[in-house]
Design a protein around this ligand. Structure first.
Ligand code: ZN
Length: 146
């Protein structure tokens, strides 16, 4: 019986972002290279993957908290920026006193995965609410013309 729970290619891709190597592979057109603090490998190690758009060529997302950051400077430290802007991210809590994600336990990995799914749903709901508000504003503007 088909239940409709099979993952789409986009969902599979997104799920794979829990791997540092998968995140690193997204930074192909990343402008900050060797002489910068925010190199692709440091970005991927800090939980980010690259999701560029035409207006936001340096947009990245954290695979755990789902928050997005842009406007990177060569001297920006990915972990420091992550901590400064999103101090409640569960990835930061797990990484406290650790140097690499390779050091986390299976239990911590599963807990992060759980938080990640919660944050993904939250981000999707926030996006829907934003779309609804924009649509409501457009309808209101049209009604005021009547
Ligand atoms: Zn995060």
């Amino acid at each position: 019986m088909a239940t409709g729970t099979a993952l789409t290619e986009a969902e599979k891709w997104e799920f794979s972002m829990n791997s540092e190597n998968s995140r690193l592979s997204t930074f192909k057109d990343w402008p900050f290279k060797d002489d910068c603090l925010c190199t692709p490998s440091k970005m991927a190690a800090a939980g980010f993957y690259h999701i560029p758009t035409d207006q936001q060529p340096d947009l990245v997302r954290c695979y755990v908290c789902y928050n997005e950051l842009e406007g990177w400077e060569p001297g920006d430290d990915p972990w420091a920026e992550h901590k400064r802007l999103y101090p409640n991210c569960d990835l930061l809590k797990v990484m406290k006193n650790r140097k690499s994600l390779d050091e986390i336990t299976v239990k911590e990995f599963m807990e992060l995965e759980c938080k990640r799914q919660q944050n993904k749903v939250r981000a999707q709901i926030e996006e829907r609410v934003k779309e609804f508000r924009q649509q409501a504003a457009r309808v209101r503007a049209q009604m005021e013309l009547l």
